[in-house]
Design a protein. Structure first.
Length: 296
């Protein structure tokens, strides 16, 4: 991997800039020369100022510094997301076994998430020392960082396994307030809407599976995005799925059927087949709930 200075030199030459063009007013010419040879380091503030002149974000700079490769954690997170969406349990087991003893906490956390995903299907108890470390980390934070936002479903699975029902609504509230820091009326530059909607979808399922119907009815009707036009296609589909769940349980059953039929017309692939199964299951669950409510 190149040093910070060597990477800056590469980017500077690629843009046709002189050292004075890039570093003038920030560091001295002699310091710039030594920096680009890997003999000096700069403070974070100075590095950010240099990257602003190059019009390159820190995450892109790291990508370039690694030889145009994502970090191991980024690669594993992407593989984990794909394996989950495709229900690829052999690959989830592989990720767990390979990274559960990693020296890097982020890789350990991703391995734990892989194990949690499998345990949901296997019906195993997931309240273990590994999950307990993650549980404490999430609960101690007043607000969650981007990494924690993207891993929040893991916290929700642990909360369900611990039967920590009172904390689930607190976690929903924390997730929404955490995401609000990264969202503005016009932009979602950190792409947190998808993570938020995935979390809400799982939260709704968790609440109704635990027969906490009033909580499920309240939270989705109060938290749903106010401007669906701002969502990308994937996020919009996730929202529509949860809308179907809500309508089947508490709203217009026929409207939910109509919406589900539109979702079932998505081009057939592994992901859409999974959507079909989930829609079929929750329509049945909601119908049973309505019948029992009518008898009560």
């Amino acid at each position: 991997m190149l040093s910070i200075g060597e990477t800056l030199k590469q980017l500077r030459k690629n843009q046709g800039l002189t050292q004075n063009d890039l570093y003038g007013g920030l560091i001295s010419p002699s310091f710039a020369s030594r920096l680009e040879r890997g003999l000096h380091r700069v403070t974070a503030d100075t590095l950010f100022a240099i990257l602003d002149r190059l019009m390159i974000e820190p995450t892109e700079f790291q990508f370039i510094q690694r030889g145009n490769r994502p970090s191991t954690a980024q690669q594993i997170a992407a593989q984990l997301a794909t394996a989950n969406s495709q229900q690829n349990f052999p690959w989830l087991r592989h990720l767990d076994q390979r990274y559960q003893d990693s020296d890097h906490p982020d890789l350990q956390a991703l391995a734990t998430f892989a194990d949690l995903s499998i345990s949901v299907v296997d019906g195993r108890l997931v309240d273990t020392p590994r999950t307990d470390r993650i549980w404490r980390r999430f609960n101690q934070a007043q607000l969650w960082t981007l990494t924690e936002i993207r891993q929040a479903n893991m916290w929700l699975l642990i909360a369900d396994a611990k039967n920590a029902q009172a904390q689930i609504l607190q976690g929903i509230d924390k997730m929404h307030h955490s995401c609000a820091r990264y969202l503005s009326q016009q932009t979602d530059i950190f792409h947190v809407q998808q993570s938020l909607l995935d979390f809400d979808n799982l939260a709704f399922q968790t609440l109704v599976q635990n027969h906490r119907y009033e909580d499920a009815q309240y939270f989705w009707s109060n938290w749903r995005p106010v401007d669906p036009e701002r969502l990308n296609v994937e996020a919009r589909i996730t929202q529509l799925i949860t809308d179907c769940f809500w309508e089947w349980y508490f709203g217009d059953f026929n409207q939910a059927d109509h919406q589900a039929q539109i979702l079932r017309q998505l081009p057939t692939n592994k992901d859409s087949l999974y959507i079909h199964d989930v829609l079929h299951a929750y329509r049945h669950f909601a119908k049973c709930y309505r019948k029992s409510s009518e008898k009560a």
